[in-house]
Design a protein around this ligand. Sequence first.
Ligand SMILES: NC(=O)c1ccc[n+]([C@@H]2O[C@H](COP(=O)([O-])OP(=O)(O)OC[C@H]3O[C@@H](n4cnc5c(N)ncnc54)[C@H](OP(=O)(O)O)[C@@H]3O)[C@@H](O)[C@H]2O)c1
Length: 275
Amino acid sequence: MNYLTLNSGTAMPSVGMGLMKLPDSPDTEALIREAISLGFRLFDTASSYKNEAELGRAIRSSGIPREEFFITSKIWNTAQRLGNTEGAFNRSLERLGLDYIDLYLIQWPVPGCYLDTWHDLEKIFFSGRARAIGVANFGIEDLTYLMSESEILPAVNQIEYHVLGGRNDLRVFCQSKGIAVQAGAPLAQGAFLDREILKTIAARHEKTVAQVGLRYLLQLGISVVPRSVRPAHLREDLDLFDFELTDEEMSTIENLREGYRCFDIPSDLTGGILL
Ligand SMILES: NC(=O)c1ccc[n+]([C@@H]2O[C@H](COP(=O)([O-])OP(=O)(O)OC[C@H]3O[C@@H](n4cnc5c(N)ncnc54)[C@H](OP(=O)(O)O)[C@@H]3O)[C@@H](O)[C@H]2O)c1
């Protein structure tokens, strides 16, 4: 496993497992246990994914020391609107059954709220209950404003980024400021897996198209949190460190970028229920 050193000093695995859309069921707990046995240590959850409890149980039953894991969770929009950051964070801790979170993110930049939420996250960081704090889905303007009004620089911006799209200017901006970029939907939810040119590159390296798509992101310095319900795919998604794409292959992949988006800004940033 490779690691990115965050501006908080924390080491974050460059590859983790995304837990969005995995139901709160015993199957999810078993799947996470399987992922742990395959070598995953970074897990990306959120209160809105509703599987923090399953993740916590899988961690505790693994027998692996807590400090070997890197757990990310996120505050949802409703709690931001209600100014309920501390409550949301404590509910996440309780569901996870942990006494600290490695990385706590603001999931969306709720207009008019996210700066106050960030200041609450700063307090949580200073209390030691989150080892790093960051944001997700923030653009350059949001980040510039946040940075001008805050003490702590976000450690991470988790954004949509994959071979078919994602904002390159935003990636460069974040990286130039020392904010690590993490790709949400690094496989574009499967949208590029049938591209012939990627199949050719994959065959050259005796890898799969998914692995080529993830490796491309790693070579841009981006951390990835792919999601899969299949252990065979999870195994592939971790097995990214024994090959390297050439500069020419990186350029070929760059040319596939077409502004494709697989998730959009929630139409109602006010969210629904309090999570
Ligand atoms: N902060 C945010 O707002 C935000 C937004 C979106 C995502 N995220 C994070 O990013 C994570 C990943 O994004 P995502 O869940 O949208 O989708 P994704 O990881 O881009 O794609 C998931 C799809 O890829 C397939 N897949 C995974 N590994 C594969 C492999 N080796 N070969 C072939 N197919 C493979 C999966 O199918 P199988 O299950 O059949 O393998 C699944 O259909 C999320 O779970 C979440 O943690 C965050």
